[in-house]
Design a protein. Structure first.
Length: 247
């Protein structure tokens, strides 16, 4: 078994140096477009643009694929089920709708993953306070939640190893695998609630609840490149919609 390690982007990469709020806004633009789009061509173009931006995130492509392959499997399953469960005779229109839904889900998930995985959590909290004007309590809470994601992934792996050490294995049965996964999710949820409660009490004890006389140690600014990132996301969305309507 390989030990889980968090994604660590190259800090010199373009998107790793971009303002976190600009990255979240660019992802929100693409997500909104994918929510309202129809047909498989528009989400396919957006997804191609997202894949082309991976080298600029500072993340290794192989490591990113190894962490996000469940998204691909889920999108494929949703698309296939949408075709199989369609009423009446199956035709090309049903296949197109299934492909469109799968590509949209994959594009929405990937845009969020790229925005979060290429962002330092401290920079995220600072930018949310300065550019998004969120309260310090909420911004620091977001930072803590994002930092918990690798911990939850590692605990999921530990739960699986502990069960195998006790001889609990689903074998080749998908029903047993589903039942054991639900049990692991419940254990992970209980542990997450307990950890979140302790973390909230510790943060309040250290003064995170108070907003008086609060300063920012690392100022975040919207640079020209950040506005260019937003323009690039809007342009990609406009081109995808235009081609989707034209074809």
């Amino acid at each position: 078994m390989r030990r889980f390690t968090p994604l660590r982007p190259d800090p010199r990469a373009f998107l790793a140096r971009a303002n976190p709020v600009a990255k979240l806004a660019a992802a929100a633009v693409l997500m909104t477009l994918l929510f309202v789009s129809s047909g498989p061509l528009t989400p396919a173009i957006v997804l191609a643009g997202l894949l082309a931006s991976v080298p600029f995130t500072g993340l290794r492509a192989g490591q990113l694929v190894s962490r996000t392959w469940p998204l691909l499997v889920a999108a494929l399953a949703v698309g296939v089920l949408n075709v199989l469960l369609a009423p009446g005779e199956k035709d090309a229109a049903d296949v197109a709708r299934g492909a469109s839904l799968g590509l949209r889900l994959l594009g929405i998930a990937l845009s969020g993953v790229l925005a979060i995985a290429s962002t330092d959590t401290t920079d995220l909290a600072d930018a949310l306070q300065q550019q998004a004007r969120l309260s310090p309590r909420l911004a620091v809470g977001v930072m803590a939640a994002v930092r918990m994601l690798p911990i939850l992934a590692a605990e999921w792996q530990i739960l699986g190893v502990a069960r195998r050490a006790r001889g609990v294995s689903p074998g080749w049965s998908p029903i047993n695998a589903t039942r054991l996964s639900v049990g692991k999710l419940l254990a992970l949820l209980v542990g997450s609630v307990r950890r979140a409660t302790r973390l909230a009490m510790a943060m309040d004890a250290r003064g995170f609840e108070s907003a008086a006389c609060r300063t920012i140690a690392r100022p975040q600014r919207m640079r020209l490149a950040d506005w260019g990132l937003l323009a690039a996301a809007a342009t990609l969305g406009a081109v995808a919609v235009g081609i989707g309507f034209a074809v």
